[in-house]
Design a binder for this molecule. Sequence first.
Ligand SMILES: [Zn+2]
Ligand SMILES: [Zn+2]
Length: 237
Amino acid sequence: MKFLDIIFPQKCILCESSHDGDAETICPNCMDKISFIKDPACARCGIPFEVTYPIEESLNYLCGRCRSSPPLFDRALSVCQYDKTASDIISTYKYHNKPYIGKDLVSIILKVLYEKITELSPELIVHVPLHVKRLKERGYDQAYILAEGIGRGLNIPVSYGNLVRTRYTAPQVSLSGSERMENVKGAFLVIDTSGIKDKSILLIDDVFTTGATIKECVKVIKKAGAGKVYVLTFAKA
Ligand SMILES: [Zn+2]
Ligand SMILES: [Zn+2]
């Protein structure tokens, strides 16, 4: 135990148990509670298939939903299911002034999805931005912290301030599916399309729930002339 640990014992961000880590982080016990998404999964939206027999991954199976109405993005990747544990992690990260949790999430994302992301070889990372007013309220942009860490880990440039949120919108959490679509409609803008044009983009956010916000961002990024657009989130509903 180091001297500082005696004064400030390191606590798990979720269960608050003490542990020997270097900082306030997720303890091994809580780590085990994360519902990691396992293969086989839909080759487009990443939703896991509940099959009891082995399926050949290279065949790129698509789920029924992606087959009947293909999403705007080319591929979505997530670390885990958006259950109670994931939602606790994300809300602690976002709403309790703990930007440093982003570092933990980045290392989990890189550990779980390193190969899958590098296979896609995106050329530029863009994050789902907060409105400037919300950024001032919160003090940090949680998706940007993830984008910056992943960009550094994978050596991919990160674009900051090119995709912007032009409208201050109500939090999506309080709204139904159709209200969410309406709420974020026209809320994003690409300022300099030349920075995006013909590039394959990795769009990063903390969580993918109904997908309304992500869909709106993918729409404006594709309209700005992007090539492939991949989506990466920590959790997915
Ligand atoms: Zn814990
Ligand atoms: Zn799918």
